[in-house]
Design a protein around this ligand. Structure first.
Ligand code: GDP
Ligand code: IMO
Ligand code: MG
Length: 435
């Protein structure tokens, strides 16, 4: 049963898009299972750079069925724009399938996202403003519209009748106007229903059948473990389960369906939005990582906060998702630094802490305990040499850095990425899944 999951082990933007695209060469299906257009997954193919928000990264590869699972929240307009962008690149998007059970981000969800952020004042989460939180809140409150509903005018009208009064009360309490107009929203939703009709289906049936037939199925995570609604730095998190556990609910597959879990880990740490970040660097080194790493959000363009690699975070992620190996990305960004630091534990109120604490209050007092490692020069890690010779061509100190991560994490490194392109990748996995 060849299935594989790609999960972010930090605060998102670890390079999941690149790694998913790289692995999708061998895949039959790529399935997204949570999140929405808050994600920004960048893929570089030759000179082409493609940023995907809702579409699974498999859409770039010919012949790969790309599934938007029931666990997503779908922004109808964003999806239309993304499909148009894809067509401009000469790809059809025909291999897309959308779950009939995925919830729909409605125009008022974006407005509520903004209003709720403003109401939080200086305690804002720093959301992407894509309506994600309000849409998931409606899902749980049983006040959502699902993709399948867009195909049924009578039922949709009935749903809007139930939902609108609730929204009106909420808007009033936040002091905003939502311009709720039932007939025009209904028209818009039905139009989108027609547009997406060919893609909407029971994707749980589709994915489970594919697994049973022995097809190669990949699950592509969005965001990262530390943004998980249960296990992240709550309340500075997103509103879905970003760990591997989210796959079961969000794709409609049993736990036994997830065989291999690759944790994508940036060689340092970044975070966009508010919330605790123990290894954050507020100095020139932080700016260096931001500039060299091009650390600006794919979705919002915001600068990403940068800091050293935090193994307390990575170990938390490995445990929660049962990660079987790591894909370490952006190693090239750490070139030419004399020394590198890796956080191995925190000190909080005089105590050594190795397991990630639940309370952001405690985290605010956490001091990183670092191990120092020697750096390497860019000249000693020429991509052409590495591509030809593989792991052995990596500079000695880069290998030491990777060895340190392996020892500290307790799981092997399967993939090493040292550039944006597909070819700037070394694959060290036992070839169980691919090729
Ligand atoms: P995702 O959200 O996890 O898919 O990551 P993003 O696409 O938001 O951000 C990762 C950024 O790093 C993208 O611009 C990628 O093209 C880029 N990237 C991925 N892997 C590497 C790498 O190994 N080296 C460098 N320099 N850039 C990389
Ligand atoms: P990918 O898939 C990084 C962050 C936001 C904010 C918090 C909540 O590209 O890794 P939301 O809009 O989800 O309610 O915002 O989560 N966030 C991300 N940060 N990468 C992402 O996705 C993110 N998606 C959401 O910045 O702090
Ligand atoms: Mg991203």
């Amino acid at each position: 049963m060849p299935t594989l999951a790609v999960i972010g082990s930090q605060w998102g933007d670890e390079g999941k898009g690149k790694i998913t695209d790289y692995l999708a060469e061998d895949a039959d299906l790529v399935v997204r299972f949570q999140g929405g257009a808050n994600a920004g997954h960048t893929i570089k193919v030759g000179n082409e750079v493609i940023a995907l928000h809702l579409l699974p990264s498999g859409i770039i590869r010919e012949g790969v069925l790309s599934v938007i699972g029931n666990g997503l929240v779908v922004d109808l307009e964003q999806l239309k724009n993304e499909l148009a962008m894809l067509r401009k690149t000469g790809r059809s998007g025909e291999m897309l399938r959308i779950s009939d059970r995925a919830n729909v981000v409605l125009p008022y969800h974006r407005l509520l996202d903004g209003a709720e952020e403003r109401a939080r004042g200086n305690k804002g989460v720093g959301t992407t403003g894509r309506g994600i939180g309000p849409c998931y809140a409606d899902k749980v409150a049983r006040a959502g519209i699902r993709m399948g509903d867009l195909l049924d005018e009578v039922y949709l009208w009935e749903r809007l009748d139930t939902i609108f009064p609730q929204k009106e009360r909420l808007a009033q309490s936040l002091g905003i106007k939502l311009d709720l107009e039932k007939a025009s929203l209904l028209r818009t939703l039905l139009e989108y229903g027609n547009l997406y009709r060919p893609y909407i289906t029971d994707t749980s049936v589709l994915v489970n059948r594919a697994i049973q037939e022995g097809k190669k199925v990949m699950f592509e995570g969005a965001q990262g473990t530390m943004l998980d609604i249960d296990h992240g730095t709550y309340p500075y998190v997103t509103s879905s389960n970003c760990t591997a556990a989210g796959i079961c609910n969000g794709a409609g597959v049993p736990p036994s369906a997830v065989e291999e879990v690759i944790g994508v880990t940036k060689a340092y740490t970044t975070r966009v939005g508010a919330g605790p970040f123990v290894t954050e660097l507020h100095d020139a080194m932080g700016l260096h990582l931001q500039n060299v790493g091009g650390e600006f959000g794919t979705t919002t363009g915001r600068p990403r906060r940068c800091g050293w690699l935090d193994m307390v975070v990575v170990r938390h992620a490995i445990r929660l998702s049962g990660m079987t190996s790591l894909a370490v990305t952006k190693l090239d960004v750490l070139s030419d630094l004399p020394t590198l630091k890796v956080c191995v534990a925190y000190e909080i109120d005089g105590q050594i802490v190795e397991d990630f604490p639940a309370s952001v209050f405690r985290l605010a007092r956490a001091k990183p305990i670092y191990e120092e490692l020697e750096g390497w020069t860019a000249a000693s890690s020429k991509p052409a040499d590495i591509i030809r010779k593989g792991y052995a061509a990596l500079p000695k100190n880069m290998r030491k850095y990777l060895d340190f991560i392996t020892t500290s994490s307790g799981i092997p490194i399967g993939i090493v990425s040292f550039g944006k392109g597909r070819e700037e990748t070394i694959d060290l996995r036992r070839r169980t899944w691919s090729r």
